[in-house]
Ligand binder design. Structure first.
Ligand code: FAD
Ligand code: NAP
Length: 314
C-alpha cells in the first residue's frame, strides 16, 4: 500500500476541513479515518444558529451533510474504521486500525474531538439535545428570557452559569457539595449575580418533560426532592478529550498533553512531534465550536502541506 501524504484521524468539522485543504492544496493520497459517518458531534444537535453565513433553522446533520462530498471532489478518501493508535518510526507514522491492519503516512492530523461527560441521572440521555445540553454558547440563546438549571461546581459550570445569566431570566446552579472547585474570583462573581440561585449539597435526580422537550428537573437535597420548572438543563461535569489514539503501548504519549489531556499545539496546530498536527476540540484551550474546529482544520492542513513539501524536498 502506498504511503499516505497525510492521514486524518476523525471526520468532524476539523477533520473534514483538514481533508478539504490538504487535497485541494495538492497533497496526494490523503485518507480520513472516521469510525462512523462523517460529520462529528454536531450531527447530534437539533439546531445550530451560530455557524456564520448559515441563517434560518438548520439541524447539525443538515449543516454537515455537504461537507464530505465537497472534500471527496478534491480526492479525499474516507476509510470508515476506528483507529486504535498512531505511532512513529523514523519519519513515518503508522496508523493502527481496529481491523489489525496498519497504514503508513508522512504526516498526521489528529481531530478526534472531545466528549462532554454525562452526570448519570434519570432522563439525561432521553432528553439530550431536547432541553438537556452540554454547550451554553450553542444552546443558551434558545432560553432567552427563560429560567434554566446548571449542574456542576467547576470553572466551566460557574463560567457558563455567568454566561447564561446574561441571557436567561434566572439560572439555578446545582452542585453536589457546599464548596466549589472553580476559582475563588469566579465563585465570588456567581455569588454576586442576582439572577443566579444556588442549590448546594444537591444532585439531580430526574429530568422530565413531554414530546416537545424538557419541562422540569427534580433535585435531591439530602433526601428532600426539590422540583424546578425549567425548559433547559445544562450539564458541566467535566470533559473527556478523545486522545486515546496518541497513547502508546508503554503508556507514553506520542506528543505533549496538558494536565487535562488536551493536545498542546502552537498557532500552526503543530504538536511537539514533527509531522503530527492536532485540530478542533481536542487541542489546547479549544473554544469547542464548529467554526473554530473548521478553522483549526484549515490551519493544520496548511502546516501539513508545508511539512510534507520540506520532507520530500530536503
Ligand atoms: P468532533 O465533532 O467530536 O469529531 C470527531 C470525530 O472523530 C467524530 O466523528 C468521531 O467519530 C471521530 N473519532 C473519534 N475517535 C476516533 C477514532 N479513534 N478513530 C476514528 N474516528 C474517531 N458548536 C457550535 O459551534 N454551535 C453549536 O450550536 C453547537 N451545538 C452543539 C450541540 C451538541 C449537542 C454538541 C454535543 C456539541 C455542539 N457544538 C456546537 C460543539 C461542536 O459540535 C464541536 O465543537 C465540534 O463538533 C468539534 O469538532 P471536531 O472536529 O473537533 O470534533
Ligand atoms: P471539573 O473541574 O472536573 O469540575 C467538574 C464539576 O462537576 C465538579 O464540581 C464536580 O463535583 C462536578 N461533578 C462531576 N461529576 C458529577 C456528577 N456525576 N454529578 C454532579 N456533579 C458532578 O471540570 P470543568 O469545570 O469542566 O474544568 C475542567 C478543567 O478545566 C479544570 O482544571 C478547570 O480549572 C479548567 N478550566 C479552567 C477555566 C479557566 O481557567 N477560566 C475555565 C474552564 C475550565 P466535585 O467538585 O464534587 O468533584
Amino acid at each position: 500500500m502506498a504511503i499516505l501524504d497525510c492521514a486524518i484521524i476523525g471526520g468532524g468539522p476539523a477533520g473534514l476541513t483538514a481533508g478539504l485543504y490538504t487535497t485541494r492544496g495538492g497533497l496526494q493520497n490523503v485518507t480520513m479515518f472516521e469510525k462512523g459517518l462523517p460529520g462529528g458531534q454536531i450531527t447530534s444537535s437539533s439546531e445550530i444558529e451560530n455557524y456564520p453565513g448559515v441563517t434560518g433553522e438548520i439541524t447539525g446533520m443538515d449543516l454537515m451533510q455537504p461537507w464530505p462530498e465537497q472534500c471527496m471532489k478534491f480526492g479525499l478518501k474516507h476509510d470508515m474504521i476506528e483507529v486504535t493508535r498512531v505511532s512513529k518510526e523514523g519519519d513515518i507514522f503508522k496508523i493502527h486500525k481496529a481491523d489489525g491492519n496498519v497504514e503508513e503516512a508522512r504526516s498526521v492530523i489528529v481531530a478526534t474531538g472531545s466528549s462532554p461527560r454525562r452526570a448519570g441521572f434519570a432522563g439525561e440521555d432521553e432528553y439530550y439535545g431536547r432541553g438537556v445540553s452540554t454547550c451554553a454558547t450553542c444552546d443558551g440563546f434558545f432560553y432567552k428570557g427563560k429560567e434554566v438549571a446548571v449542574i456542576g461546581g467547576g470553572d466551566t459550570a460557574l463560567e457558563e452559569a455567568l454566561y447564561l445569566a446574561k441571557i436567561c431570566s434566572k439560572v439555578t446552579l446545582i452542585h453536589r457539595r457546599d464548596s466549589f472547585r472553580a476559582a475563588p474570583n469566579t465563585v465570588k462573581r456567581v455569588e454576586n449575580t442576582q439572577n443566579i440561585e444556588l442549590i448546594l449539597n444537591a444532585t439531580p435526580a430526574e429530568v422530565y418533560g413531554d414530546a416537545m422537550g424538557v419541562t422540569g428537573l427534580k433535585v435531591d437535597k439530602g433526601g428532600e426532592i426539590i422540583d424546578i420548572a425549567v425548559p433547559g438543563v445544562f450539564i458541566f461535569v467535566g470533559n473527556d478529550i478523545n486522545n486515546q489514539v496518541l497513547i502508546q503501548e508503554d503508556g507514553s504519549t506520542l506528543c505533549e498533553f496538558n494536565k487535562q489531556g488536551q493536545v498542546v499545539v502552537d498557532l500552526k496546530m503543530k504538536t511537539s512531534t514533527p509531522g503530527l498536527f492536532a485540530a478542533g476540540d481536542m487541542r489546547l484551550d479549544a473554544p469547542k465550536q464548529v467554526v473554530s474546529a473548521a478553522g483549526d482544520g484549515a490551519v493544520a492542513a496548511l502546516s501539513a502541506i508545508a511539512y510534507v513539501d520540506e520532507l520530500l524536498n530536503s
